[in-house]
Design a binder for this molecule. Structure first.
Ligand code: NAP
Length: 270
């Protein structure tokens, strides 16, 4: 029977609790000093990964997180300063990650991002803010993904995960540059997943809705915050810990079959 012929050519992976472990995997998490990136770094460490905590300016917070991971014996971590929009600094970040643990790189989680807290409409926005937003969110993701695609371990376990945003489909006024900067990354990741054919490396986006972090609250009136809560079917803002487990799953062997996807983790916001 045709079905029998087809199944006999398939080697399906066995899913065990081991499949969710990140033991002996090395992960770079950009933008991990605060917010969503921090929760992701902690979660990956709890699954056994050795984590490179990237930050741009907040060395104190990055070092605190690194100490927390190392001292709790929940994992191993180092912190590395790098502006993701700068190609030389991105290369140096990957160099540092490669030498830190004497083990190949497996996982890139690109969580670094910025949002212009003036929430200007496109006609009232400045070119400077547009360029800045694209420089970190889009150029930064491109640079990190390019480096990861060339340097992550091939043959299984390689994972690229970009944190984009549900705003790319919610399309609210005042978020023009930001939504466009994230939509561009989502298009790029779908293509990258196909271009990585044969490497065993998967590429996906995780797109949160409103999450209670510095980025979310900066520049927002109480009314704006309330609107986001009211728009949520679950009647609350998300927290970084709502996002991290999905990233952990995608990073694991169990997540291999999810590839080239945009997964919206937003409590039903959009
Ligand atoms: P956050 O609390 O403002 O943290 C931003 C992180 O990005 C910090 O670790 C920051 O490092 C780092 N960063 C900023 N610019 C950087 C650069 N040029 N190079 C390297 N690192 C840089 O933001 P968040 O809310 O956690 O957001 C994390 C990601 O989720 C972003 O990509 C954001 O667009 C996305 N997101 C957030 C929400 C939300 O509602 N919060 C919703 C959807 C998507 P320093 O501490 O050193 O400045």
């Amino acid at each position: 029977m045709a079905t029998g012929t087809a199944t006999s050519t398939v080697t399906a992976p066995q899913t065990t609790t081991q499949s969710f472990s990140l033991q002996d995997r090395v992960a770079i998490v950009t933008g991990a000093s605060r917010g969503i990136g921090k929760a992701i770094a902690l979660h990956l460490a709890s699954l056994g990964a050795k984590v490179v905590i990237n930050y741009n300016s907040n060395s104190t917070l990055a070092d605190q997180l690194t100490s927390q991971i190392n001292s709790n014996s929940i994992g191993k971590a180092i912190s590395v300063k790098a502006d993701v929009s700068d190609p030389a600094q991105v290369k140096a970040l990957f160099d540092a990650a490669e030498t830190a643990f004497g083990s190949p790189l497996h996982i890139l989680v690109n969580a670094a991002g910025i949002l212009d807290s003036s929430y200007s409409s496109i006609p009232n926005s400045s070119l400077e803010e547009f360029d800045k937003t694209f420089s970190v969110n889009t150029r930064g993701s491109y640079l990190c993904c390019k480096e990861a695609a060339n340097r992550l371990k091939k043959g299984g376990g390689g994972r690229i995960i970009c944190v984009t945003s549900s705003m790319a489909v919610a399309l609210r006024p005042g978020f023009g540059s930001y939504a466009a900067s994230k939509a561009a990354v989502e298009a790029m990741i779908k293509i990258l997943a196909k271009e990585l054919k044969g490497t065993g490396i998967t590429a996906n986006c995780v797109a949160p809705g409103p999450i209670a972090t510095d980025m979310f609250f900066e520049g927002k009136s109480e009314e704006m915050v309330k609107r986001s809560v009211d728009e949520s079917p679950l009647g609350r803002l998300g927290v970084p810990e709502d996002v991290a487990p999905l990233v952990g799953f995608l990073a694991s062997d169990a997540g291999e079959w999810v590839n080239g996807q945009i997964i919206r983790v937003n409590g039903g916001y959009v």
